[in-house]
Design a protein around this ligand. Structure first.
Ligand code: FES
Ligand code: FES
Length: 181
């Protein structure tokens, strides 16, 4: 066991853990952050994705003791209760079905948009590769990403983006990173 210091969502934590403990376990079990999910545990599905210094990473296979830099989880996207535009787009497009994969989808999309604010369809498919959804929500994921990209582009040109708003009938828990299990 050793004491490891982590920077997560703007706060500093010290945890006493085995050096091989995956970051995902520390986030969920020690810090109570339930946004990242356990899916495969093998870096194959993306459910556990977090962002480390703007790069999407699979937290199920990274030992927490080896992480350097600022970790952002789904909970860290919102600011004072204000959802990130990407989370809002997820609601507007009613993306989730069962919701289990959605942490990985949103965090992967966030990293994609941070490095490429206006991706093409091909760039979205490439950037989202490996974030698996057994409910096949891929089309709505692509629409949500494009909604954010359109908004950012319109804002850069003085517009107000896409003002269209859909009735919300899906739970926002999986989108905002609230604990559901
Ligand atoms: S749980 Fe980490 S990639 Fe599947
Ligand atoms: S919404 Fe069910 S696995 Fe993606």
């Amino acid at each position: 066991m050793s004491v490891v210091t982590l920077r997560v969502n703007g706060a500093t934590y010290e945890v006493d853990i085995d050096e091989s403990t995956p970051l995902l376990y520390v986030l969920r079990n020690d810090l109570g952050l339930q946004g990242p999910r356990f899916g495969c545990g093998l870096a194959q599905c993306g459910a556990c994705t977090v962002i480390v210094d703007r790069v999407a990473m699979r937290s199920c296979v990274i030992p927490a003791s080896q992480v350097r830099g600022e970790i952002t989880t789904l909970e860290g996207l919102s600011n004072d209760g204000q959802l990130d535009p990407l989370q809002q787009a997820w609601i507007d497009e009613q993306v989730p079905q069962c919701g289990y994969c959605q942490n990985g989808q949103i965090m992967t999309a966030k990293a994609l948009l941070d490095r490429n604010p206006n991706p093409s369809d091909a760039e979205i498919r490439e950037g989202m590769e490996g974030a698996l959804c057994r409910c096949m929500t891929y089309y709505r994921i692509q629409k949500a990403i494009k909604r954010v990209a359109r908004g950012a582009t319109a804002a850069a040109h003085g517009g107000d983006g896409d003002a269209e708003s859909s009735a919300v009938s899906v739970t926002v828990a999986a989108i905002a990173g609230e604990a559901t299990e």
